[in-house]
Design a protein around this ligand. Sequence first.
Ligand SMILES: [Cu+2]
Length: 162
Amino acid sequence: MKKGYVAGIIAAFVFLLAACGGEAPEAVSFDINMTEYTFSPERLNLKVGQEVTLNLINAGQLQHEIMFGREMMKMENRPAGYMEDMFEAGGVEPEVTQEGEPEHEHEEMMHSGFMVALPTDGTGTMKFIVTEGMLGEWEMGCFEQDGIHYDAGMIGSVNVTQ
Ligand SMILES: [Cu+2]
């Protein structure tokens, strides 16, 4: 067998491996602390194919919530959610379990898209797999109290890459 031929086969094999992308990225888990008026950590970096677990902890004095999207929209001139919901864009429905019911299911009409609301000392878990539709920059935000929390800076960022 000619050397060039063997090298060609090896090159083709390496190319195939690269094209298949190998294995899915490793699963990740983050604890997200919610207080007045921040998410900690403020930034999440996720990869397509990753299995993500978010442990939500309301360590504050008030009820808080978390939504994921972009292009904040206002209702009655108050921040009320996102024009584009990250999970809707990704065709993903996170699995949610939570301890502690929100004290008030307020503004149901004003909230569209995925949301988890937690009372003080409430905890919750979200699980999902990152899809291609979620690529890009997103926000996570809290719109409690007619958007006062959002205005106060209760905003984080989510960056999804390949
Ligand atoms: Cu809040």
